[in-house]
Design a protein around this ligand. Structure first.
Ligand code: ZN
Length: 306
């Protein structure tokens, strides 16, 4: 398709872009201002009203791929080349072509075709830049059916800031960070204190008692790895995610166990327990370096509150 930029290159859009990205370069202001090169696509986007005169070629191609079973789509990458700077007042025109369709490729997502479009952006007929945009139209790889055993529980993200918490969990201890400057307890773990800014801290071990401060019941998407291992429960059914307030005052998100998801209530008394989750499924990609099991703190509703 061919088209004309909806607005000429202009200072207000440049300013908004720079503010959004925090780019304070002097090149983008003043009488000799140029537009940031990476704004190339901004000058040719159709906005909500779209561009007139679109040909059907692209939609036809995608339709053919749909018919071939490649019904899913994901944007994969974008490449731009900048041949000359754009300046406020430049009126841009553009032409977009389908540059290439790859051979059939198999990726982790599924099997399909990479489709690359190339847009040439011109000012007064001179090429100012090109914008290539690539998508993958694919047939999704088959996944494990919901409810089958072997659903792999995602691993917590352990980093330098929270490693101590997970080391505690591995020893069945629930550790709360305590600022040594002002004594404020905090969770989740952070490098510094929100109350006083102090970077020094130690830990206190939580007693493990708390109450349900709030909760949500997760219905969709069904996620077998998170459902209560209760033979009576629908393995792909809903489950409750609790925000538990510990007796020490901090709150943490975890599973509330011991009652069905529709019996979880604000104020229920709970106590931590440490569960071992065997990791018997999955692709074994080793990304987590796991040894096949993980220990997680969950909160069991106490008898008196059930
Ligand atoms: Zn502090």
């Amino acid at each position: 398709m061919s088209g004309v930029g909806k607005d000429p290159v202009n200072q207000p859009m440049i300013r908004h872009w720079c503010e959004a990205l925090g780019d304070t370069s002097p090149a983008y202001t003043g009488p000799d201002a140029v537009a940031p090169a990476t704004m190339l696509q901004a000058w040719i986007m159709g906005g909500l009203s779209g561009h007139e005169g679109r040909t059907d070629a692209y939609d036809e191609l995608l339709g053919l791929l749909d018919e071939a079973g490649c019904t899913s789509v994901v944007a994969t990458d974008c490449e731009q080349e900048y041949l000359r700077p754009l300046r406020p007042g430049d009126e841009v025109t553009f032409d977009t072509v389908i540059e290439s369709v790859s051979e059939r490729k198999t990726t982790k997502l599924g099997t399909g075709y990479f489709v690359t479009t190339r847009t040439d952006v011109r000012v007064a007929g001179d090429l100012a830049g090109t914008h290539r945009f690539r998508i993958l139209k694919y047939t999704p790889a088959r996944r494990k059916a919901p409810g089958k055993p072997g659903a792999r529980r995602p691993r917590p993200v352990v980093n330098r800031d929270n490693a101590g918490f997970w080391e505690g969990v591995a020893e069945h201890r629930l550790l709360i960070q305590r600022c040594t400057g002002c004594g404020t307890l905090r969770h989740p773990w952070l490098p510094g204190c929100n109350a006083c800014g102090c970077l020094d801290w130690n830990t206190v071990e939580a007693g493990g008692e708390g109450t349900v401060y709030s909760y949500v019941v997760m219905h969709h998407p069904p996620f077998p790895a998170f459902t209560e291992p209760d033979p009576a429960a629908d393995a792909a059914g809903p489950y409750a995610v609790g925000l538990v307030e510990l007796a020490e005052g901090v709150r943490m998100v975890s599973n509330v166990v011991g009652v069905p998801h529709d019996k979880v209530r604000i104020g229920l008394p709970v106590r931590v327990e440490f569960r071992r989750y065997e990791d018997d499924g999955g692709s074994g990609d080793g990304a987590d370096g796991g040894d096949g099991a993980q220990v997680l703190p969950v909160f069991r509703v106490l008898e008196s509150g059930a």
